[in-house]
Design a protein around this ligand. Sequence first.
Ligand SMILES: Cc1cc2nc3c(=O)[nH]c(=O)nc-3n(C[C@H](O)[C@H](O)[C@H](O)COP(=O)(O)O)c2cc1C
Length: 461
Amino acid sequence: MGEVKAIKGADWKLEIGGLTELMGEKEGPALLFDRIQDYPPGFRILTNVFRTQKRAALSLRLDPNLSGIDLLNGWRMKLRTFKPVPVSVVEGGPLFENSMSDGEIDLERFPAPIWHEMDGGRYLGTGCCVITRDPESGRVNVGTYRCMIQGKNKVSVKVNKGKGGRIAMEKYHQAGQPCPVAISLGQEPSLFLASMSPLSPEINEYEYAGWLQGAPFPVVPGPLTGLPLPATAEIVLEGEIPPLESKDLPKEGPFGEWYGYFADTTVGEVPLMVVKKVYYRNDPIILGVPPLKPPNHYVSVPLGAAALWDQLEQAGIPDVKGVWGFVYSAQTGPFTVIAIRQRYAGHSKQALLVASGARAGAYGGKFMVVVDDDVDITNPYDVIWAMSTRCNVREGVDLVKGVWTSPAEPAIPPASRSPRGYTMDRVLIDACRPYQWLDEFPQVNVFPKEYKRDLEKKWKL
Ligand SMILES: Cc1cc2nc3c(=O)[nH]c(=O)nc-3n(C[C@H](O)[C@H](O)[C@H](O)COP(=O)(O)O)c2cc1C
C-alpha cells in the first residue's frame, strides 16, 4: 500500500526526530527505522503511524476514504456503538522471548531518540501505554504519559495531576506504599488510541481497545505486579513508582510539546519509576509518537472534537453541525471552532459558554469560536474570514478568566507556574452573522458550487 517507508542507519540523536518531523510535514508514509546507529539490527522504531487521515481512519476501523468533518463525525457515530469487549487472559506469549531483571537492566539498550533539538534527555516512552491499578476500586487504567530515561533502570513518568494513572499512584503514596506500574512501549494501534483518549474512569482501556479492534484484547498477568500486560506488546517495563520526596525527584524536560514549543521543564515534580523487569520480543518495534509543531499533528484529525460535539448536544445545544480544533492534543486545544445552524437569538453565545466549560473543551483552551454552518471549520482561512467579517467585536467577544489548562501552555508567566495547578483565560468569539438581522446581513459574494460545476463541464475546464 506504500504506507510505510523503511529507513536504515539513522542516528537516534536527532535524525529519527528530524525525519519524523519532515515526513509528517509532507503527510508522507509512516517511517520504520532499523539498523539505528549504535544499535543492532532489529531494534526498531515506528513513527507517523496516524499522520494521514487515511491511516487514522484505518486505525479507527473507518472507511479510509472519509476525511475532514465526515471522518470526525464517522468516529462520533462509531463511538455510539461502543460496548466493552472483555479481555482474554492468556499465558506467556512473544513478549517474553527476552527479558532483563534488576541489575542487568540498561534502558539504553533500546534506541530511545532525542526527538527534538532541545529535549532534555532520551524519551523512551512517547507512543507508550502506562498501566496502573487503583488500589481502592481495583480498576485498571492505561494512559499515555511521556517517559524520559533517568538512569540504567529508571524512567520519569510525566503523569499530570488529575490523570487516571496519577490518581491511582497518589492513593498508594498516601498509604506510604510504592505504586506498581507497567509500561508498554509498542503495541496494537487500538490500545494506543484507547490509552491517549480521555475516556471516563469507568471504561477499561483494554475493553475499549477490544471493541475497536473487533476481538478481545489478549492480556497476560505481569509476573512481578500482576497488572494485565498487553500480550502482543513489543517491549514492557515492569516495576514501581516509590513515594519519593520532591528533593529526590529528577529534572524532567524540556520536551518539544504539542503546542509547538519546548515547555514544561520541572525539577522535583515528575514521578520516578524504578524498573525491575523488562520483557521484549525478538526484533521489537517501539511506537514513536513525538509531539510536533502544529499542524504536524500525530493524529491527523482532532478526535477530542467528537467528544466536545457530543457534550454540546448533551447540554441541549441544538443544531451543532461540527466541532474542530487547529492546535490540539487529546482535547481540541487553544483554538476550537464550532459550527451551528442558528435557531434563536443567543444560540451562538450559549454554544460558546457551554463549550468553554465542558470537560472536552475546557482543558488547554484559549480561543473558542462559533461560526455559521456555511463556513468550512476544517479550513483555517474560511474560519478567519468568518471572524474577520461577521464578528461584531463589542457584542461578539467575551473574556473568561482562570479556566483549567495544561502545564505545557507556553504563555503562562514564569511567576505563575506552580505545581498547585494551571489556568488560562478564554476568549469567546461569536463569528456568526447576528441572528436578529440575519436576513439583512450582506450575501456572500460567491457563485453556487453547482453553477461552477456546470461551467467546468461546459467549458471543459
Ligand atoms: C503522544 C502523547 C503524549 C502524551 N503525553 C502526556 C504526558 O506526558 N502527560 C499527561 O498527563 N498526558 C499526556 N498525554 C495525554 C494523555 O494520554 C490523555 O490525557 C489520556 O486521556 C490520559 O488517560 P487517563 O485519563 O486515563 O489518565 C499524551 C497524549 C499523547 C497522544
